[in-house]
Ligand binder design. Structure first.
Ligand code: HEM
Length: 511
């Protein structure tokens, strides 16, 4: 067969395969932008900020949008009802993850990272362990850790107010490493933070869609690393070594400390202590998996949320003033806000809710995948379809959240200032969906509440003054990497009073 007829046959077969999918069970695929032959919507698919393009498509095609990326089906869900129809009502079908050969199989991230696990028994086992360590009932055990690192943040901001970004990032990493391994990280160039961050850079690179041919042609994973052109295999080996450091190094700290009989309390120490000697090997694997996943899933997301908080305070001085008035009235000037104060601080709580709604840091959650052919709402959903919950659209719905672009904590309050129970809680989407919903959400909610309350009580955050003598206008520019976070903005962080400075200095006594 010459080239042209062969190509024609290939095109016909592909068109037939794609169209036969729509004929399956006599149901249509969901609506979506019309694609080109063979490549489908590949050229429509934006390289960044995809949720904004999806948002436009929802307005045009509805809350279930279908895309064909060169044969890979993708469905995007743009309302809580659509998300629930897939992720809750059909959770047995839509709790899988897509296969990612480079990241999960060659670099080895899929052996440890629960968020990447395919839906099945291995995921169930580790998800159960995660739940035991992070469910709402155990979170108060971690309060001393949240207090220690929040106080340290306040002291660091006193001495280095211009390093806000750096300190917020560091606080999130420190809280996870302390909780998980009892490691008391140092403020600058901590070796364990560096190890984890290097591994995370490799994760982001190896997971970038379209970067590695092996993701589209999995058979290539068997190509030996010495073959010319097998650069991806050599990269995978380098990155695998970074992953292994991330899994092993912090764990060794706990193991060595246990052997010396001087171990700091941590999730890893407790899990090692409570296991019988014949189960140690399996338990070590589980601890490493929970530790690496906690860092990967919890550190950047929590840091980005606190950066969104700083941005919102710099942009909305009236919100900041109202929260400070609440804190001054309820907590007073002689002590710092605590967890016991939380029920009496509705406006601060409303700020925490509005943070995850206004700029959700994981705007498309983590992709789910359909584990079998299915039908939802009269549409055919082929097995293997990637399902994206469009958290951005769900939390920017102008009907549920009027003026969705504005940071307005009062939307969550009743007229008399209590938390309203008839406004949709942003956690319907901000922490993902169905059986894969974020198991760290109670942990991050408590740690972020404390940071917000303490920072607001002690500091003011304001825009810098421009040459014209007026405050510089800050806008909500975002930068998209592993998570969505505010692009760098300048702001002034100042203690609110001399009494605040005294109070912050006194926190040094808290261990
Ligand atoms: C503001 C902070 C956080 C946000 C916004 C966030 C958001 C998310 C989202 C959107 C998902 C995907 C859920 C899905 O697939 O539908 C997820 C998964 C996950 N998160 Fe979080 N997360 C945060 C903090 C944390 C923390 C602190 C931890 C652990 C200490 C954590 C652990 C996990 C794990 C293990 C998964 C994977 C769950 C699975 O695949 O079964 N997250 N998170």
């Amino acid at each position: 067969m010459t080239v042209l007829p062969a190509l024609a046959v290939a095109v016909l077969v592909t068109v037939w395969v794609l169209s036969s999918r729509t004929r399956r069970r006599g149901l249509p695929l969901p609506p979506g932008p019309k694609g080109l032959p063979l490549i489908g919507n590949l050229l429509d698919f934006p390289a960044t900020f995809q949720w904004l393009a999806f948002d436009k498509w929802h307005k045009q095609y509805g809350d279930i949008v279908y895309l064909n990326l060169a044969g890979q089906s993708v469905v995007v869900l743009g309302s809580p009802e659509a998300a629930s129809a897939f992720f809750d009502k059909k959770s047995a079908v839509y709790s899988d993850r897509p296969r990612m050969v480079m990241l999960n199989e060659l670099v080895g991230w899929g052996e440890f990272n629960i968020a990447s696990f395919r839906y099945g028994n291995a995921w169930r086992e580790l998800r159960r362990v995660f739940h035991q360590q992070y469910h709402s009932g155990v979170i108060p055990q971690y309060y001393p850790i949240f207090l220690r690192h929040t106080y340290r943040l306040l002291r660091n901001l006193l001495t280095e107010p211009n390093e806000l970004d750096q300190h917020l990032l560091h606080t999130a990493s420190a809280i996870i490493l302390d909780t998980m391994y009892g490691i008391d990280v140092v403020d600058r160039d901590d070796p364990y933070v560096t190890i984890a961050d290097k591994a995370m850079e490799a994760v982001v690179e190896s997971a970038t869609p379209g970067s590695f041919l092996v993701d589209s042609f999995p058979a290539l994973k068997h190509v030996p690393s010495w073959l010319p052109g097998a650069e991806f295999q050599r990269k995978a080996l380098q990155w695998k070594a970074l992953m292994q450091d991330m899994h092993n190094k912090p764990f060794e700290v706990v193991k060595n400390a246990m052997q010396r009989g001087r171990v700091a309390p941590s999730i890893a120490a407790t899990m090692l202590q409570e296991v019988s000697s014949d189960q140690v090997q399996r338990r070590e694997y589980v601890i490493k998996a929970v530790g690496a996943t906690s860092y990967a899933a919890g550190s950047d997301t929590s840091a980005a949320t606190t950066q969104v908080f700083a941005l919102a305070m710099a942009m909305y001085p009236e919100v900041q003033a109202r929260a400070q008035a609440e804190l001054d009235a309820i907590v007073g000037p002689d002590r710092l806000a605590d967890f016991d104060d939380r029920p009496n601080l509705p406006y601060v709580n409303a700020i925490v809710l509005e943070l995850s709604r206004w700029l959700p840091v994981v705007p498309l959650a983590v992709p789910h995948a359909a584990s079998s052919d299915d039908e939802v709402g009269g549409y055919f959903i082929p097995k293997g379809t990637i399902i994206l919950g469009n958290t951005w659209s769900i939390l920017r719905d102008p009907v549920r959240y009027p003026d969705p672009d504005q940071f307005k904590p009062e939307r969550f309050l009743t007229k008399d200032g209590r938390l309203a129970d008839d406004v949709q809680d942003p956690s319907v989407a901000a922490f993902g969906y169905g059986r894969r919903i974020c198991p760290g959400r109670h942990f991050s909610d408590s740690s972020i509440y404390l940071l917000v309350a303490c920072m607001l009580a002690m500091f003011s955050i304001s825009p810098p003054i421009g040459e014209d003598g007026a405050p510089v206008k800050i806008t909500a520019e975002m930068s998209a990497g592993s998570v969505l976070r505010p692009a760098h903005f300048d702001c002034i962080v100042k203690p609110r009073s001399d009494a605040a400075i005294d109070l912050i200095n006194k926190t040094a006594a808290f261990q």
